[in-house]
Design a binder for this molecule. Structure first.
Ligand code: GTR
Length: 368
């Protein structure tokens, strides 16, 4: 708890009586009491996510193909190989993907991200991924759907999305799904062990992608905040609100979400639903304690609420939240945390001692 008193660190709010919408009550009014019931509830929650927050994802293509453009030795990571790949949907160009493969023999578990538009994935991070024996697949989600504000004319290099007018986060999540389609066709990849990660707005897309595609074994969102791991109803000091984000980035979401500006308590959805949709698969959220805009205490609120489903499904350890000091960014320590949790799930390697801090762990919002 000492962390909570450091300079700039967010102070948890004094017991605001904010109830999150019920996770385990079916639309019929009955409580979820079996794994089968949960499957029904899961589909109800996916519908709600589409209808109220993100809008529908673009349609799943009949066919995703992957072709090799170029292959060579990695100039970044010693011994690594790099493949440049073209991903096509409906036989037309969609995006390019770079696949870094470790020197060891495959098939390799893989980490996929769509944030190549940013410089956050440093060479050190890439080589750390390969050094742990994972492949790293990267694409630029802005090729799939532009991030223009406002997106008056949505732009894409993905031919099958031409004319798409839905939300950008849904389109980026769809791009991650197409990345998964491609990875499952590559012999060097172990398709049972696919992890995804995204930072900030990329984290919002990653958590939606993980929630809506059961092929993804491990989902991680870093500093994803509003529309990601954060909570609409429960904003810590200085956190981005629903009104803030829908005013600044209307093109990210369903237009329906605008109606709830200042009316979060009426929203039939909150982000613990999205987290719970990942169960029984693995979810790691990483937060920075001084990144108040990304609402780290709200992420803890949704974490505590979503844990109920992981417990119900018998995998309480498959939901983890780790905090670090400092502000917004995907730093080397975040990559190390991610790789530690991938090692835990994929290889059974225990987390290194002291590597799993959570500055909120003594804060119990479950009664609020
Ligand atoms: C901010 C936005 C956040 C977050 C961030 C980012 O301006 O308000 O929700 O997504 O951008 O993506 O870096």
């Amino acid at each position: 708890m000492e962390l909570l008193h450091s300079t700039g660190m967010e102070t948890p709010q004094p017991s605001p009586k904010v109830n999150l919408p019920a996770l385990m009550r079916l639309n019929s009014g009955c409580l979820v009491s079996s794994a089968e019931d949960w499957q029904v509830r899961r589909h109800e929650l996916l519908d709600l996510a589409r209808n109220t927050i993100y809008g529908p994802l673009p349609p799943t293509p009949r066919q995703t193909q992957v072709s090799l453009l170029h292959e060579g030795a990695s100039r970044t990571c010693a011994g690594g190989r790099i493949l440049s790949l073209r991903v096509t949907t409906e036989a037309r160009h969609c995006f390019t993907m770079r696949l870094l493969l470790p020197a060891t023999a495959g098939p390799h578990p893989v980490l996929l991200h769509g944030d190549a538009c940013w410089g956050y994935v440093t060479d050190a991070a890439k080589c750390a991924v390969l050094g742990r024996g994972y492949a790293l697949a990267e694409f630029n989600r802005v090729e799939v759907m532009s991030d223009l504000v406002p997106a008056l004319v949505p732009q894409t290099t993905c031919a099958s999305l031409t004319g798409y007018t839905g939300g950008a986060i849904a389109a980026w999540a769809w791009g991650l799904h197409r990345g998964v389609d491609a990875l499952t066709q590559i012999n060097a990849i172990d398709a049972q062990h696919i992890a995804i990660v995204g930072h900030s707005r990329g984290g919002k897309a990653a958590i939606l992608a993980g929630a809506s595609d059961t092929r993804i074994a491990f989902t991680s969102a870093n500093n994803s905040g509003a529309g990601g791991a954060g909570c609409w109803r429960f904003c810590g000091t200085g956190a981005e609100t629903l009104a803030d984000i829908t005013a600044a980035f209307p093109h990210w979401f369903s237009s329906e979400l605008q109606k709830y500006q200042g009316k979060e308590l009426e929203l039939p959805f909150d982000q613990h639903f999205l987290k719970a949709l990942i169960a029984p698969r693995y979810l790691l959220t990483t937060e920075a304690l001084d990144d108040l805009w990304a609402n780290p205490s709200g992420s803890w609120r949704t974490h505590q609420a979503a844990r109920q489903v992981f417990e119900f499904l018998g995998v309480p350890s498959h939901i983890a939240m780790v905090t670090r000091p400092g502000g917004h960014g995907q730093e080397m320590t975040d990559w190390e945390t991610l790789l530690n949790h991938m090692d835990l799930l994929f290889k059974g390697i225990p987390l290194p001692l002291g590597s799993n801090e959570n500055g909120f762990e003594n804060v119990d919002f479950s009664q609020s």
